[in-house]
Design a binder for this molecule. Structure first.
Ligand code: TEU
Ligand code: CA
Length: 553
């Protein structure tokens, strides 16, 4: 008798809850004021108890830290400030023992100006093979004193910096879409392609379960380096964003990932056009991409529903990802406490000009957390979101670290406000981030008022954000309806979102999520048991800015 066919295993990332861990700001093991791998290892039980399935680490490689580690000088090691490769190996093994998978950040668009290839390119001079791995060009104008074209750095200022040649003369210019310390690699160079394929294999062989690809739509450039007019849409005609040839790179990366079992590729791609975004998760390419339209969306039922529908329609079989926050954007409790609750990282000063109503923002962030964790697919949680940390907008100028601040001459405050070290315990800074005998203060100052948001203060508190995240993640893990699978919208009054999650093939019913974004309380269905709600019900009604998870009978 033939046995019943065994269904193929569901890939682990399809419904995973993934914790984004920004190492510099997570926990400092050795007291130098900077988070490190020892600090992460000491707190793995915290992450296991939180109920996450995987950790994505922001770059942990050797780096001069001109852009907090996104300027990498060695893609196969660990920065000494964070630890050693042996620490990383131990951390990967310990995380796996907790059932937690590991995703690492790979930055292929650019390296560090201290990367051996860039130093070799400087030394070798114009026309050399070493320079062909980057974008070196003579300048325009008299004596080549003007940049080769009009491209601007995403961090402000020109995207070109002039070098001094070995003989001391003013020389060629090199391209950097970000800071000058981050020269762009030339992806037309076979050396570059082979190098990164090898970097992928290096980390997969060490047991890493996934790769987050930084600035993934920017790698390929029009080799004629034309001026931009600012009207080119991302795509084949754009000189450097979302060009067609970038897909060939990810097809070969996918083949490498598939040659190891169960490894995942996620792209960081900021594209306004959902159809172009969807191409990256087409057949034979990336497994998932970050859902930035969802992150940028206002706290508005109609707008959110449109983004959710668009996300699910365009994922072409790839699991959706849901992300409220990351290390580049304002913290969610601050965003939702402003009169404009949308976000756009290119207009940060506009958003920072609004006053923040923190209690309102926190109530909405709680509701958004339950809405997000109920949607079909995987969810990303940026460290500190589970504590309800706010954007620190009043960091003294002289302590700001983000190159965006300096390169825009203070016009854009940059991203330091979402990168402030986590508060773990105690009544005053460093709130257990560093050991008691620490030699240095945390690398960014923590607000005194975070004493109420520490992990210790939150742990015993039934009303804390941490308790909500722990409860939600526990229910999400133990409910087959949640994570990957279908969803069905339910009819609702204006400003209310409601949908059912049911296990595949079982129709509707099961678990219902109701989010009230309207100004009036709404009734909940009679045939429901409330499993969890982001705030107290009042007289059996769901108040404004509150979400509930219901078990339907
Ligand atoms: O961010 C990429 C980035 O800055 C995008 O937001 C950019 O605005 C977009 O690609 C423009 O089209 C990543 C990292 O997340 C960030 O922390 C780094 O600073 C940056 O790359 C450079 O590595
Ligand atoms: Ca440290």
């Amino acid at each position: 008798m033939p046995s019943a066919p065994v269904p193929p295993p569901v890939p682990w990332w399809k419904g995973a809850a993934i914790y984004q861990l920004y190492v510099r700001s997570f926990a400092d093991g050795n007291g130098d004021g900077i988070g490190d791998l020892a600090g992460v290892r000491a707190h793995l039980p915290y992450l296991a108890a939180l109920g996450i399935d995987a950790i994505w680490f922001n770059p942990w490689y050797p780096s001069p830290m001109a852009d907090a580690g996104y300027d990498i000088s060695d893609y196969r090691s660990i920065d000494p400030v964070f630890g050693t490769l042996a620490d990383a190996d131990a951390l990967i093994a310990e995380a796996h023992a907790h059932g937690i998978r590991i995703i690492v950040d790979v930055v292929p668009n650019h390296g560090s100006d201290q990367h051996p290839w860039f130093l070799a390119a400087l030394a070798a001079g114009p026309g050399s093979a070493e320079r062909s791995r980057f974008w070196f060009r003579p300048g325009r104008g008299v004596n080549g004193s003007l940049p080769p074209n009009n491209w601007q750095s995403i961090f402000g200022g020109p995207a070109w910096t002039r070098v001094t040649e070995a003989d001391g003369s003013p020389g060629e210019w090199y391209l950097h879409l970000f800071a000058p310390e981050q020269p762009d690699f030339n992806w037309a160079s076979p050396d570059v392609r082979l190098e990164f394929e090898d970097v992928l294999r290096f980390w997969f062989a060490r047991g890493v379960d996934g790769i987050r690809i930084d600035s993934a739509a920017l790698l390929c450039k029009d080799a004629s380096l034309p001026d931009v007019t600012g009207t080119e849409p991302p795509g084949p005609a754009h000189p450097y964003t979302d060009r067609d040839d970038v897909h060939l790179i990810y097809q070969s990366w996918r083949a490498i990932a598939d040659s190891f079992a169960g490894r995942m590729l996620i792209g960081e791609i900021w594209l306004p056009d959902a159809a172009r975004l969807a191409r990256y998760v087409g057949p034979g390419e990336l497994h998932t991409v970050f859902n930035f339209p969802y992150l940028n969306c206002a706290w508005d039922a109609g707008a959110l529903r449109a983004v959710i529908d668009q996300t699910l329609a365009l994922s072409s079989g790839a699991p959706a990802t849901w992300v409220l926050s990351n290390h580049d954007v304002d913290r969610v409790v601050s965003r939702y406490g402003r009169a404009d609750t949308s976000f756009d990282l290119e207009r940060r000063p506009y958003f920072h000009a609004f006053p923040v109503d923190l209690p309102l923002g926190t109530r909405r962030a709680r509701a958004a957390a339950l809405l997000t964790m109920a949607l079909p697919g995987s969810v990303y949680i940026y460290q500190g979101e589970e504590l309800g940390l706010w954007e620190v907008q009043d960091i003294p100028d002289e302590l700001r670290q983000d190159p965006i601040w300096a390169r825009t001459h203070g016009a854009d405050p940059g991203r330091d406000g979402c990168r402030v070290p986590l508060p773990w315990s105690g009544m005053e800074p460093p709130f257990g981030f560093s050991p008691p005998d620490a030699a240095a203060a945390p690398w960014l100052p923590q607000p005194k008022d975070w004493r109420d948001l520490t992990v210790s203060a939150s742990s015993g508190n039934p009303d804390s954000m941490l308790t909500l995240y722990r409860d939600a993640l526990r229910i999400r893990r133990s409910s087959p309806e949640l994570g990957d699978g279908p969803m069905t919208w339910q009819p609702t009054p204006d400003g209310v979102l409601a949908f059912d999650r049911a296990p595949l093939g079982q129709g509707t019913g099961g678990l219902r999520c109701v989010a009230n974004l309207s100004a009036a309380p709404v009734a909940l269905p009679a045939n429901a048991v409330v499993l969890l709600s982001s705030g107290p019900l009042s007289g059996g009604l769901l108040p404004p800015d509150t979400t509930a998870w219901l078990r339907m009978s």
